[in-house]
Design a protein around this ligand. Structure first.
Ligand code: AGP
Length: 602
């Protein structure tokens, strides 16, 4: 929800921190702040708003010192203003810290500390931590000891960056249920919520686990357990993302760049997983109960996964939003259950909670994840990566199509293992599947008309997206994309559901986007299109069939593709349409209001 970046070394810390904050802005962008340290003590500047204007307003690039920590915020406790922006300090001003997460027992701690004479400046849960360390410092051997004792009293989730004026040669970083990764340089070290923040300087990373903290100096890093203070040996991982992957590379927005990266991302997802899929499918086949859990766009991928498992392999699977599953699945999980969590970030709080519940109940847990080394990969027994590369735009695009790619591979292999498809039929499908990157490429190269279409639709208040079968999730995803970045109300639904209520909302000119590939369900979709037209709706049909040229008001021409592969190909124009509508309405599609890329709180 918030982004943290820390630096200690020979460079001007403020420069590294400001760059890092810009790369982390997708995690939150309602306020930001920086603390740096030099021989004179700590220097803090913070304010409400996005990084770019704050850099000049606050002079963030003119701060002294070679060590420091920055924070970009997505508010949970307290409105986004200067006072509530991080860093927060203790009464003495010698301890400054930034936080990503939520402290659940902050009210009782604040009361206790107030009684002991501490004065609080902000409405945040975070400030209590600085005062708690200050209090513990009175009776501790040293700062590290005080910090440990204080942090052991916290309930909730936290990734923290902490700087103490009394120790000019070090920084502290702590992780408990919020992400934190160290970046190792030569004569300099980094810490951040996510790798792209320091990718420009190093690709050597150490991922902290829950309940661990790191002491960083220029020359060294030490990881220890919060509970006991004992040292932990951590593997150093080489990150294979390039800086270019984390930059806009000439595109006006990350979202557009990421949409256009999809052919490459899908290819990488195929090549990165082809060796692993047979063994994983073998494992899936063993379980009689298969559950998919996920949130948002990943939930839509899970829905497609369920259709694929059932249609291709005859494997029954249930799908539930992780936020529901975590509280409802207690009685249905056991050793014969497999829970497949889908999460691009690998740090969505609800999805992680669902995975942990599954583990407690003895189920096998698998994760389909994009972010290497993220929390989900640590909880899961089996991980498959989507290999999409860093996705910075808040709206998921390439991570969705690569999730679908991995799920399709699993379903095809499962079909083979369970003998549900004839080998010949399977081979044909696999050949078509290998051609999906080219199909997506061709959809992208014919996307010009979508901007014009967006222009004609930009003042609409409501949209409906309809589909059937495996493309019900495509309809849901099209609607979610539109809502989150254009702020236009949109509903995605199964076309069959239309006449059970939503049809009452259709009136003259309301856009109905119909996902209508030719095949089994084509005629049924045409009936739903006719019903919508009869109520005055303006139908935009996505189809490979010419038949709709007269029925639909607008036909978005699609290439012919096997039904099982339509979700990957048909979502692409919906992403582009949402993108143009957002831009035409003056919104920043990369940073939609009220949202953040990773939802690390419940
Ligand atoms: C998608 O565009 C959204 N930003 C959001 O729904 C997202 O898919 C959801 O929060 C789940 O995130 P995850 O895949 O990182 O778990």
């Amino acid at each position: 929800m918030c982004g943290i970046i820390g630096y200690i070394g020979g460079r001007r810390a403020c420069e590294v921190i400001v760059k890092g904050l810009k790369r982390l802005e997708y995690r939150g962008y309602d306020s930001a702040g920086v603390v740096t340290g030099d021989g004179e003590g700590l220097h803090i500047r913070k304010g409400a708003g996005r990084i770019d204007p704050l850099v000049s307003e606050l002079g963030l690039l003119n701060m002294p010192g070679n060590r420091g920590i920055g924070h970009t915020r997505w508010a949970t406790h307290g409105v986004p203003n200067e006072i509530n922006a991080h860093p927060h300090t203790d009464c003495s001003g010698k301890i400054a810290l930034v936080h990503n997460g939520i402290i659940e027992n902050y009210l009782e701690l604040r009361e206790e500390l107030r009684k002991k004479g501490h004065t609080f400046k902000s409405d945040t849960d975070t400030e209590v931590i600085a005062h708690l360390i200050e209090e513990e410092l009175k009776s501790s051997r040293n700062f590290e000891d005080a910090m440990r004792r204080a942090l052991l009293r916290l309930k909730g989730s936290f990734a923290l960056g902490i700087v103490y004026a009394g120790e000019p040669d070090r920084l502290y970083f702590v992780r408990n249920e919020s992400p934190l990764v160290l970046g190792l340089g030569t004569g300099e070290n980094f810490a951040a919520s996510d790798v792209p923040a320091f990718l420009e300087y190093t690709r050597k990373a150490v991922f902290l686990d829950d309940g661990e903290y790191a002491v960083l100096t220029r020359e060294s890093y030490t990881v220890k357990k919060l509970k006991t203070g004992e040292k932990v040996e951590k593997p150093v991982q080489e990150i294979d993302w390039t800086l270019d992957m984390a930059e806009k590379s000439g595109y006006p927005h990350f979202m557009l760049k990421e949409i256009y990266e999809q052919p490459r991302a899908i290819k990488d997802a195929i090549h990165g997983n082809s060796d692993l899929i047979p063994a994983v499918a073998e494992e899936i086949a063993k379980y009689s109960k298969v559950f998919f859990v996920a949130m948002g766009t990943s939930y839509h991928a899970a829905l497609v996964g369920k259709y694929l498992f059932q249609r291709l392999a005859g494997k029954i699977a249930l799908v539930e939003e992780a936020s529901e599953f975590r509280y409802e699945a207690e009685n249905i999980l056991d050793g014969d259950s497999l829970v497949i969590a889908i999460t691009q970030s690998g740090e969505t709080a609800d999805t992680l909670a669902a995975m942990k519940l599954a583990k407690r109940k003895g189920a096998k847990v698998m994760a389909i994840v994009n972010v290497v080394g993220s929390m989900a990969t640590r909880v899961a027994d089996i991980t498959l990566y989507t290999h999409a590369g860093p996705e910075i735009g808040v709206a998921a695009t390439k991570t969705y199509t690569t999730q679908l790619t991995v799920l399709t591979m699993l379903a095809m292999e499962l079909a083979r293992k369970l003998g549900r498809m004839r080998e010949e039929e399977l081979k044909t499908l696999e050949d078509e599947f290998m051609n999906v990157p080219q199909l997506v490429e061709s959809v992208l190269s014919h996307a010009g008309g979508l901007e014009e279409l967006a222009e004609s639709l930009k003042d609409q208040r409501d949209f409906f997206y309809i589909g059937r079968g495996i493309n019900v999730p495509t309809a849901l995803e099209g609607a979610l994309k539109l809502k989150e970045i254009s702020y236009i109300h949109a509903e995605g639904l199964s076309a069959g559901e239309l006449k059970h209520g939503p049809l009452a909302l259709l009136e003259e000119g309301v856009p109905v986007v119909a996902i209508t590939p030719s095949g089994r369900l084509f005629d049924k979709m045409v009936s739903n299109i006719e019903e919508s037209k009869a109520r005055g709706a303006m139908v935009v049909a996505l189809s490979d069939s010419d038949e709709l040229r007269e029925t639909a008001d607008v036909l978005v021409e699609m290439p012919p593709v096997n039904e099982a592969l339509t979700p990957i190909v048909y979502v692409v124009p919906l992403q582009i349409l949402a993108y143009h509508l957002a831009v035409l309405r003056g919104n920043d599609p990369d940073k939609p209001r009220n949202l953040a890329k990773s939802v690390t709180v419940e």
